[in-house]
Structure formats: structure tokens, C-alpha cells
Design a protein around this ligand. Structure first.
Ligand SMILES: Nc1ncnc2c1ncn2[C@@H]1O[C@H](COP(=O)(O)OP(=O)(O)OP(=O)(O)O)[C@@H](O)[C@H]1O
Ligand SMILES: [Mg+2]
Length: 202
């Protein structure tokens, strides 16, 4: 039984690695203009939603390479007089994220993964956030998420196994949707996904 669990675990891992490679290679084929248009469309779905209207403290992320770019959403958060937060690699917890307040006056600096982080002093406990925009490589219709493989979001939001807040909203292009993702015990599910086609709740 134990051996079986170990085998199915490594099979899932292999599937995840292969899926990640395939989706990332396909995402490279989307042009910069298409990405920009997709984000602009997605933004309209988000802004018109009761989810956005009911959320005051919203975490985003700084996109890496050809990921879904949250910058237009960050500007919308500021315009709506809501509070924007960004993740920072935690110096204390292994492979986890801390969240810091981010305003138009704050500067950003590159971390060791070459992802921009705010240079800010004002930290928030992740449980105090209302809505978190989550980057992803792949997602399915059950709310399962495939990330880059570090488990950062899984560890940071582990408390959601027993809590209701914040709402985790994956942000992606439609081509990142897959039929079914492997679901492992430590994976934290998304509550919804925002794409150029709409805002979907799971
Ligand atoms: N809560 C956790 N406790 C212990 N290990 C974890 C936890 N979450 C993730 N991991 C570890 O991190 C590794 C990567 O996790 P996973 O494959 O789910 O990453 P991911 O969700 O794709 O990436 P990320 O969340 O960083 O975007 C797993 O192999 C697992 O060992
Ligand atoms: Mg995971």
C-alpha cells in the first residue's frame, strides 16, 4: 500500500513536470499584443464583478516573462481606492511568501528568481487579505492549480484548508486550461479563475 502511494505520487509528479513543460512552451506562442488584449478583456470581467467590488485588500503579483500581467489590475485597484499587496520571498519561512503593501510611490526590486518585489515596510498577514490573484502554469475546472513547482502558494495558503478567506483567484490565458490536473495532498485549490473569456467560480 505504501509502495503504491509512493508510485502514484511520483507518477503525478512526472505528469506535472511534463504538463508544465508543454503548457509553458505553448504559452510562448502567444504574442505580446495578444497577451495585452487578453489582460485588458479579463480586467473588464474582474472590475464588473461583485468579487472585486466586495474586496478591499487585494494581492497581485509582478508577472515574469510571458505570464498574465497584473499591472493593469494593480492600476485599477489604486483607482478604486483599494489596497494593493505584492508577494515577497519570505526570509523566515522556507519556500513561502510574505505580502507587503504596494503603492504607486513604492519601488520594486528583483529577487533571486528575477521577479519584482516591493521595497516596503508594511506587511500584512495573508489571512487578512480579501482577494489574492495567483499566477499559474495550468488550471482545471475543479480549481486545481499547476504552479511553477516550488509549492510557494501551497505553503503560504495552507491555512485555507481550515479558513474561508482570502479568495484565491488564478489569473491565466484560456490556453492554460487543461482537462484534469493531478491533485496532491498539499495542493491548495483555487476558488476561481480569471481569463480573457470570463471570471469562473469553482
Ligand atoms: N504545504 C506543503 N508542505 C510540504 N511540502 C509542500 C507543501 N506545498 C508544496 N510542497 C512541496 O513543494 C513541491 C512543489 O509543489 P507543487 O508541485 O504543488 O508546486 P506548485 O503548486 O506547482 O508550485 P507553486 O505553488 O510554487 O506555484 C512539492 O513537491 C511538495 O513537496
Ligand atoms: Mg501545488
Amino acid at each position: 500500500m505504501r509502495l503504491l502511494a509512493k508510485c502514484s505520487g511520483s507518477l503525478a509528479l512526472k505528469n506535472k513536470t511534463l504538463l508544465r513543460k508543454t503548457i509553458l512552451a505553448n504559452r510562448l506562442k502567444i504574442s505580446a499584443l495578444e497577451r495585452k488584449q487578453a489582460v485588458a478583456q479579463a480586467l473588464l470581467f474582474l472590475v464588473g464583478s461583485s468579487l472585486f467590488n466586495a474586496s478591499q485588500k487585494i494581492a497581485c503579483y509582478c508577472a515574469q516573462k510571458n505570464e498574465f500581467d497584473c499591472m493593469p489590475i494593480i492600476h485599477m485597484i489604486w483607482q478604486a481606492h483599494k489596497d494593493c499587496f505584492l508577494p515577497v520571498l519570505s526570509p523566515n519561512k522556507t519556500n513561502a511568501l510574505d505580502f507587503f503593501y504596494y503603492t504607486a510611490e513604492d519601488t520594486l526590486q528583483l529577487n533571486r528568481y528575477k521577479i519584482l518585489e516591493p521595497v516596503s515596510q508594511k506587511q500584512i498577514d495573508p489571512s487578512q487579505l480579501d482577494l489574492v490573484l495567483v499566477p499559474l502554469v495550468g488550471f482545471d475546472n475543479e480549481g486545481n492549480r499547476l504552479g511553477m513547482g516550488g509549492g510557494y502558494y501551497d505553503r503560504t495558503f495552507m491555512f485555507l484548508k481550515k479558513a474561508k478567506k482570502p479568495f484565491l483567484l488564478g489569473t491565466a490565458f484560456e490556453m492554460q486550461r487543461v482537462e484534469r490536473l493531478p491533485d496532491e495532498p498539499w495542493d491548495i485549490k483555487l476558488n476561481g479563475v480569471l481569463t480573457e473569456s470570463g471570471l469562473y467560480y469553482f
